[in-house]
Design a protein around this ligand. Sequence first.
Ligand code: ATP
Length: 388
Amino acid sequence: MSVVRLEHLTKTFPGGTTAVDDLSLTIGDGEFLVLVGPSGCGKSTVLRMIAGLENVSRGDVFIDDEQVTDWAPKARDIAMVFQNYALYPHMTVRQNMGFALKLRHMDKDEARQKVEETAGLLGLAALIDRKPAALSGGQRQRVAMGRAMVRQPRVFLLDEPLSNLDAKLRVSMRAELARLHQRYRITTVYVTHDQVEAMTLGDRIAVIDKGRLQQVGTPEELYRSPINRFVAGFMGSPSMNFATVELGGVPDRVTLRLGGQEFEVPGAVHRRPSLARYLGAPVVVGLRPAAFSLAESPGTATLAIVPLGVESLGDEKHLLFEAPTPGSSTTRVAADDVPLTVDESSGTQLWTAKVTQHADLTIGHPVPLAVDLRDAYFFDPVSGDAVA
Ligand code: ATP
């Protein structure tokens, strides 16, 4: 069991790309920490610096208060599982899993017992004498996990280990990973760009953008109280919708204008201490897709929107529409029922609403949408920081 501490970790590659920028983070003993962020934000580089596979430009890596920044990978007692599994193709499952133990000159009987025990745990007992070519993607993934587990490392590093699996297998492997972690509680750092994986697996999640740590917290904290617009947009699927609006009214009755309509901001929301500063000034409102519902009929507190796309997911529908601007109504008449198309070049922004599967929607036909502002988020239009 181990604590991993990163202090001001920085990586600048030759050529000048700063992939990781002054990142400080402590991963607790037995914790499952997920690093998430968009492609190229520096997740793998962080992992590789913890493993010792990449030199650190500045800052330090500590394991259990021991500074290991310049230690060779082998000396760190860390196991890393890669996206492509990196199994030895000429070795059987048994040999792949036992290889690290052989290198350590572990007693043969003890090593055999360890490998068989771990193979059994991962449901690989019947496949133990097969070579990787004769295994499915999910089975290979389990061998890669098993190979890391037999060593009982101080720290587990996993770099998108499920990304090569089909959707169904990914779900079952996710559950398996969670179960293994429950049982062994090895300190784990897990990289993914899939926020569903992050939400379901992480004790805590660290969100990174452009090499900088944005926020670290439990899945619930990140979802409910994102520190800025980036984190808010990253956590939740489909993502949060944003628009710059102006808050009107008086301190006791705050309103915002959207799509040419005035919406009253509920008291519990507008009583947030910092929001008063934005009265009469622009502020960014963030609305999750679930904040919308189909209204029975058009009214004063509905958005008149034109569906540009309808995605049926079986038990719910995602309705895509053009982001309403504060002043003008969003209803545009679709001539002869011809669906409106989004003009990519003009940068038209799409919003998404999550509605019930029974919603009767036709592309191009206007519908009234009710907006629930109880779950509205607000952000400063310049800094992007959350208005708390
Ligand atoms: P992905 O999710 O796409 O795997 P990531 O978040 O893991 O991305 P990294 O692989 O850590 O991102 O890369 C971070 C940045 O550093 C990227 O801009 C990448 O192009 C750059 N980079 C990575 N490795 C090198 C290298 N060896 N030399 C130069 N630049 C590199």
